[in-house]
Design a binder for this molecule. Structure first.
Ligand code: SF4
Length: 470
């Protein structure tokens, strides 16, 4: 079974992934810890309905394992699963209504399953954090149990939130409506991408658009990519306007509105400073990640923690280089093609491989995409994506307080600038280089495997232990 961003079944058989699956419009602060768990909860309650156990259900238990238990509170996992059980999805939940919904659940001590069937709910007894235990498949594990009035189990399901909002449902056989072999240009790795390009003479985005035609018409793909861009633009605008303190207790101030004011109120200073463009790119990235940290509407690209990099570089392409609608679509198609290579051959989950899988991958995607828009060949696109990841290898995940704020917000600004630099370096060359994208993806995967678990979204190492929480 395959839904928007949801793969049900055995991950050993990787289905073809659409570029649009990497760019889902959801809510912050985390794709693996907020978006994925909300989808898992919604999947569970949908199944309760299908199996007709909803009316007899007197109680639901939610068990969070591993990284979800360790940093789930800071990442909003506890809230996301409740909203999912009430029938919400990340794409459609009304962000403004969330605080009141959660307040109602807490004060009434009641959940309304799928928006209707009421069951008593006490967080301490029914929402359980297993901090020292993992489910076998993945460090981001969830278990839901529905019981009747006699405490008998009516339905029990395990899920893994594997990064980027993707969810695997345990014990369900893989059914792949679209197999890799069905794509006109199946790219299992960078080498295949280069080979298809050499044989077809097409750009990365042209091949990607042909692949997407297996799912839907070109017009529909272009329309949905335009919606992704619009959601990114709206997010940047909200981030530039909204001042105040981010939630979670660290008392982190939003910086984007002030930076936006300074850049727009003193244009004469900017004109004298050729590096002012760096401030704009940082602004666009931080505006998104501050919205994300506040639980706002963001585009997962390819994760929420790294959601600022692609919009920032795309704003650079549009605002500074005057890109048109077609170039915006090409940018996203190229970025998605690169992201799929990481998802297929390594990971886009901070809990699996550290921040190299989030900020590192977003940086690599943005670098390759910008290179195509700058007129680079597919070899230069591949080179830019490789350069960007090569200099993110080993990047750990150590969010202070388990919140997606420090170092995440600034890290997106740094990642966006690094992506632009990587693209320029690649465009200055001829596409030939020593380390291939495939080698750097394999290195990233191995580095993630060797990385101590305390640097993989557990908030047990690095800045998370060296910076005192207020
Ligand atoms: S440090 Fe990186 S991987 Fe970890 S939460 Fe922040 S952005 Fe995500």
């Amino acid at each position: 079974m395959r839904m928007n961003g949801i793969v049900a079944g055995n991950s050993d058989i990787t289905p073809a992934v659409s570029v649009l699956d990497l760019f889902t419009i959801g809510i912050g602060p985390s794709s693996s810890h907020t978006v994925g768990p909300m989808r898992a909860a919604r999947l569970f309650v949908d199944q309760m309905e299908r199996e007709s156990v909803l009316p007899q259900t007197a109680q639901v238990e939610i068990h969070l394992f591993g990284s979800l238990a360790l940093t789930g509170k800071g990442h909003g996992t506890d809230k996301a699963v409740l909203l999912g059980l009430e029938g919400e999805t990340p794409e459609t939940v009304e962000v403004e209504s969330v605080p009141a919904r959660l307040e109602r659940i807490q004060t009434q001590k009641q959940l309304r399953l799928k928006g209707g069937h009421p069951v008593p709910f006490e967080a301490g007894a029914q929402l359980l954090f297993h901090r020292t235990e993992n489910l076998p498949r993945h460090p981001n594990g969830l278990r839901f149990i529905a019981r009747n009035a006699h405490k008998q189990v009516l339905l029990q399901k395990d899920y893994s939130s594997i990064g980027g909002g993707f969810v695997i449902e345990e014990g369900v056989a893989t059914q792949t409506p679209i197999a890799m072999a069905e794509l006109p240009f199946p790219c299992r790795n960078g080498e295949e991408l280069l080979r298809h390009a050499a044989e077809s003479g097409l750009s990365t985005s042209e091949m990607a658009l042909r692949n997407e035609s297996v799912w839907r018409t070109d017009n529909e793909t272009r329309h949905r990519l335009a919606c992704v861009w619009e959601a990114m633009r709206n997010c940047v605008q909200r981030g530039c306007r909204t001042a105040g303190t981010l939630p979670g207790g660290l008392k982190v101030q939003r910086r984007a509105p002030r930076l936006f004011r300074e850049l727009t109120e003193q244009p004469e200073i900017n004109l004298r400073d050729p590096l002012a463009i760096l401030d704009w790119v940082s602004l666009w990235a931080m505006a998104v990640n501050e919205e994300n940290a506040a639980g706002g509407r963001v585009v997962t690209a390819p994760t929420n923690g790294a959601a600022g990099i692609l919009p920032a570089v795309l704003h650079y392409v549009v605002m500074i280089r005057g890109a048109n609608e077609d170039q915006i679509a090409r940018f996203l198609l190229t970025a998605g093609t690169i992201g799929i290579l990481y998802k297929r051959n390594a990971s886009i989950s901070g809990a699996e491989v550290g921040c190299q899988g989030e900020v590192g991958v977003a940086c690599s995607m943005a670098a390759g995409a910008l290179t195509e828009i700058l007129g680079g060949t597919v070899a230069q696109v591949e080179n830019a994506a490789e350069i960007a990841m090569e200099h993110n290898l080993g990047l750990t995940c150590d969010p202070v307080g388990g919140l997606v704020q420090v170092p995440c917000i600034e890290r997106n600004a740094m990642g966006a600038i690094k992506a632009i630099n990587a693209a320029r370096l690649a465009c200055a060359g001829d596409g030939s280089h020593l380390v291939s994208l495939d080698k750097v993806i394999a290195t990233m995967r191995q580095t993630g495997q060797d990385m101590s678990s305390k640097y993989k979204e557990t908030a047990r190492g690095g800045l998370a232990v060296n910076v005192a929480e207020c």
